[in-house]
Design a protein around this ligand. Structure first.
Ligand SMILES: [Fe+2]
Ligand SMILES: [Fe+2]
Length: 950
């Protein structure tokens, strides 16, 4: 075991909390209710006045003298009162009496009050901490849920006491977590055994078997509390619902889940510690555990296996609790190679820490050790730390990998918001080789996706745009029509309490969901109206139109749950000064989807919602969708005051493609502004797809080692003078690149990687040279196979590692865009596109290729712009500049000879028949969406330029 693993094991498994030792001495009884001065009317009043003042401008400016008191403004009221109360006795008497009337004090006195409070905070800290610790010790796990909730709020309030308390805070909150978990389990058991009713436990509306899910949950007494699921990190509510379903399904299948956990001693305490150490990490691990279990079930594994895995997979990242590793992963920005190496040691550290435990009996521990060590292995052998491949990787790790990657993509990161499911899947799709195909298929199944059906012909259907909440589900529980405030219903695993009535019409009644500003609930009286909603929703779903509704029908009652977007100024957004540019892009999305699907909709402001966070427009009404014509969709958008007609129409055309049937159906009379703009534009280049130069000695083919030696006139493998240029992305692709210098010969480069990567390269080099050789060069090469590995010898290209300053011609940019998007080439950054002083720009790297291409702006990381050299640095990148070239390219691709050539080149490059078939399909699908992909690049670049200009 490594030293760090040992230290971590001590941290994880030693009984370490000082309060655990203190606890041995008997202490006077204290209930958590008496921890702080009780809420006497006088104190409540004083606090109210004080809090009001804090929120006022004068309070705000006084507070700047002691910013550490700021949390008082943002804490929930009760928590703030609890945090503040112990300070009062440390205040000079004349000040404490003046707290409620702080607003009336002079600015000088206000400042004094704040400074005195801050000083009192430090004085009060030790006593407060001791009281909380004692209460924690004395509170029983079987305590009343309300008592525990009060205690939890006081533990949270501790964070307000600053550094004096910080060092013990983690332990105390860990202990609180443990207590809550035990309590939840005790309650769940009591429920399961029928000893207590849900209402008694503060779980009204819960059904007994489902509460079994509590055992899987992070600390909370209410399973509907989304924070308890750690889901505030995951913006996609659909994912949340999916996970909840997974947990519930698991719990419903076996209410004995809890007992299994009990049979594995040590798990509870361990999880408390992880939670205390880093809640975000903890929640990630919990979600991965749930998802892994669901994947296992979807693969048809036995229930017991899935249950074990739910726990074992939860521990996969335990190595990240190593302090040095944790420091690196918490650091913003790119990692240095050393930091990356440290980060990538977390599987070994974790496995080392678990090693002791895994020797104990119990399948869960054994499995956890295996998962911790191997969850970063990849099916294609490109993972770490052991570079295992295929079925050599233990199944539990293969499953966890898929759950882990998916969750990581869904999570918010400092540099990008979490991805939506479709986008996360698109990212995973590109690197499918890394995942066990069976596990990957299970992921699609769990998420309700089917693998994309093969498309025989080109079409401009925007197939990636399917983001919607189109489930028609069963409601478990629904109030009778018309319902009343306080009624509860449960849809798709979430409980809603009816709040304020919003409206009532002849067929339905709608309520705001209480405590959930983001949802409204509509109960139907008329089944026909419900059916028409359902039909409308199906239309939305089919067309991939963004919306936000969830339909459900129980035996008694059809209901609709609708996410409401809190944007009272919607009419203004649309009416004043026209749509901002980013809204214009979102409106173009909507228009293109409607046109592409042949639907029309009522697009009045009341039927649209602007979702700020996602920057998209959503349609509210499914019912009004009817087969329509372009002439009935576009006028709405063009009628918006101040809308730039040419820009809008161009954005729609860019999505659909100028040659698509949908775009051709637009009435000519609407297009005048666009035609004027087109006429004013410089003519766009038409590419000539002609081959570039090829060295007969290095003809991008596979040869034997002897043949390589013969063609070069020396043996590059045995050359002494070799220099490591770089090893690429350790753990990702495992390529190794060496420079070779032999006397009397031009320098060369040896690149070793898995055969699959080299096969990719050989094919892409041929294809690039064959059709784009006039605009680009690529190093000429020969490939040699050595078992599963392969090496490629290439000529050494020298050039500047930057294209930004040089500027390529428009034709070169267009050619590069077409090449990259058609063949799904990733990673075209300045290091991979060299610009030799004389001659053509040279694309030197193709290893990430033949994947399905995704629109750039779906990845909100600005660094990605570096990988869009075909638009970057261009004064006015426009999709229109690509049209003639795309048209010519597509005509060429559609010819049977070209398809046959592509297939033959793939076969010659060593791609298996099946891989070649899939790759060719991907190429054709990418080509069908070229306008849309380029449009998205262009918009992404414009957004970036806008932000730079600000
Ligand atoms: Fe990991
Ligand atoms: Fe992870």
């Amino acid at each position: 075991m490594k030293a760090s693993a040992l230290a971590l094991a001590v941290l994880l498994f030693a009984p370490c909390a000082p309060w655990a030792q203190q606890a041995a001495a008997p202490r006077p009884a204290a209930s958590s209710a008496s921890l702080f001065p009780p809420a006497q009317p006088a104190w409540a009043q004083a606090f109210s006045g004080f809090r009001l003042w804090l929120d006022s401008p004068s309070g705000n400016s006084a507070l700047s003298a002691a910013p550490s008191l700021m949390p008082l403004k943002t804490m929930p009221r009760e928590q703030a009162a609890a945090a503040l109360a112990p300070l009062v006795e440390h205040l000079p008497a004349e000040l404490s009496q003046k707290m409620s009337g702080a607003a009336a004090l002079s600015p000088e006195e206000q400042k004094t009050l704040v400074l005195s409070l801050n000083a009192a905070r430090e004085k009060a800290a030790p006593a407060v901490e001791a009281r909380v610790a004692q209460a924690l010790h004395e509170t029983e796990a079987a305590a009343d849920p309300a008592v525990l909730a009060g205690l939890a709020s006081q533990v949270r309030a501790l964070s307000f006491y600053g550094p004096a308390v910080q060092k013990n805070y983690e332990q105390l909150s860990g202990r609180m977590h443990e207590l809550t978990l035990k309590n939840a389990k005790a309650n769940a058991r009591a429920l399961l055994e029928g000893l207590r009713k849900p209402e008694e436990l503060g779980l009204p509306g819960a059904k007994a078997p489902r509460v079994g899910a509590t055992g899987l949950l992070p600390p909370s007494l209410t399973p509907s509390d989304s924070r308890a699921w750690g889901l505030e990190n995951v913006p996609d509510s659909r994912y949340s619902e999916d996970l909840k379903r997974a947990a519930e399904a698991l719990a419903a299948r076996s209410p004995l889940e809890l007992r299994r956990a009990q049979k594995t001693p040590g798990l509870d305490g361990l999880f408390s510690r992880i939670w205390g150490f880093d809640p975000k990490l903890y929640y990630h691990m919990v979600r991965v555990g749930l998802m892994a279990a669901d994947l296992a079930l979807a693969m048809g594994m036995p229930k017991a296996y899935a249950q074990d895995l739910a726990w074992a997979a939860r521990l996969h990242d335990v190595g990240k609790m190593d302090t040095a590793v944790h420091e690196v992963i918490s650091k913003p920005g790119r990692l240095t190679p050393e930091e990356r190496a440290l980060m990538e040691s977390h599987p070994e550290i974790g496995a080392g820490a678990l090693a002791e435990q895994s020797r104990k009996p119990g399948r869960v521990w054994r499995m956890a050790g295996v998962v911790a060590r191997s969850h970063h292995e990849a099916f294609d052998g490109s993972g770490y730390p052991d570079k295992l491949r295929g079925k050599d990787i233990p199944l539990e790790a293969r499953i966890t990998t898929v759950a882990d990657v998916f969750d990581a993509l869904m999570e918010n990161r400092p540099y990008r918001p979490g991805l939506r499911i479709e986008d996360a899947l698109a990212v995973m799709e590109k690197e499918r080789g890394r995942y066990d195909p069976k596990v990957y298929a299970a992921l699609l199944k769990v998420l309700g996706r089917r693998p994309a059906p093969p498309k025989a012909e080109f079409s401009a259907a925007p197939s990636l745009w399917s983001r919607f909440l189109a489930w028609v589900r069963r409601a478990d529980l629904s109030p009778p029509y018309p319902g009343q405030p306080g009624d509860q219903l449960r849809v798709a695993g979430r409980t809603y309490t009816l709040g304020r009535k919003l409206y009532e019409d002849s067929v339905s009644t709608a309520y705001q969901a209480e405590g959930n500003r983001d949802a409204a609930v509509r109960l139907f009286k008329d089944p026909a109206a419900f059916e028409s909603e359902r039909a409308g929703l199906q239309d939305l779903a089919k067309a991939g139109l963004p919306h936000n509704r969830l339909l459900a029908a129980s035996a008694e009652q059809p209901v609709l749950v609708q996410e409401t977007v809190d944007d009272p100024a919607l009419d203004k957004v649309l009416a004043s000064g026209g749509p901002a540019e980013h809204q214009l892009e979102a409106l173009a999305d909507l228009a293109a989807l409607l046109l592409g699907s042949g639907l029309k909709a009522d697009l009045s402001p009341a039927k649209l919602q602007w979702h700020r966070w996602r920057s998209e427009w959503r349609l509210l009404e499914g019912r009004s969708l009817r087969p329509g014509k372009a002439g009935e969709v576009l006028p709405f958008f063009l009628g918006l005051p101040g809308a730039d007609h040419a820009a809008f129409l161009s954005a729609v055309r860019g999505r659909l493609g100028p040659d698509s049937a949908a775009w051709r159906s637009v009435p000519k009379n609407l297009l005048a502004p666009l035609e004027r703009a087109d006429a004013a534009r410089a003519p766009a280049p038409v590419l000539k797809f002609k081959p570039g130069r090829l060295d007969p000695a290095l003809d991008d083919s596979w040869v034997s080692a002897a043949e390589l030696k013969k063609r070069l006139g020396y043996d590059p493998f045995t050359q002494k003078e070799k220099r490591l240029l770089h090893t690429d992305d350790p753990g990702k692709l495992n390529t190794r690149i060496l420079e070779v210098r032999a006397q009397g010969h031009a320098p060369g480069v040896l690149k070793s990687a898995s055969s699959e990567i080299i096969q990719n390269e050989v094919f892409l080099r041929k294809a690039a040279r064959r059709w784009f050789g006039r605009y680009f060069d690529t190093p000429r090469a020969l490939a040699v196979s050595e078992g599963g590995e392969a090496t490629m010898f290439m000529e050494r290209v020298n050039g500047e590692r930057s294209y930004t300053g040089k500027g390529m011609s428009v034709a070169q940019r267009v050619a590069l865009g077409l090449l990259v998007h058609t063949f799904g080439v990733g990673d075209v950054n300045p290091g991979n596109l060299l610009y030799p002083a004389r001659g053509l720009p040279s694309l030197i790297d193709f290893e990430q290729a033949l994947g399905r291409h995704t629109p750039a702006h779906r990845i909100a990381h600005e660094g990605i712009l570096e990988e869009l050299p075909w638009v970057n640095g261009w004064d006015a990148p426009a999709t229109e500049d690509f049209y003639p070239a795309i048209r010519a390219w597509r005509e060429l691709l559609a010819k049977p000879e070209t398809q046959a050539d592509l297939a033959r080149m793939m076969a010659d490059s060593g791609l298996s028949a099946e891989r070649a078939r899939r790759a060719l399909q991907t190429v054709n699908e990418n080509a069908a969406r070229l306008e849309w992909l380029v449009q998205s690049d262009v918009e992404f670049a414009r957004q970036f330029i806008r932000r730079q200009a600000r």
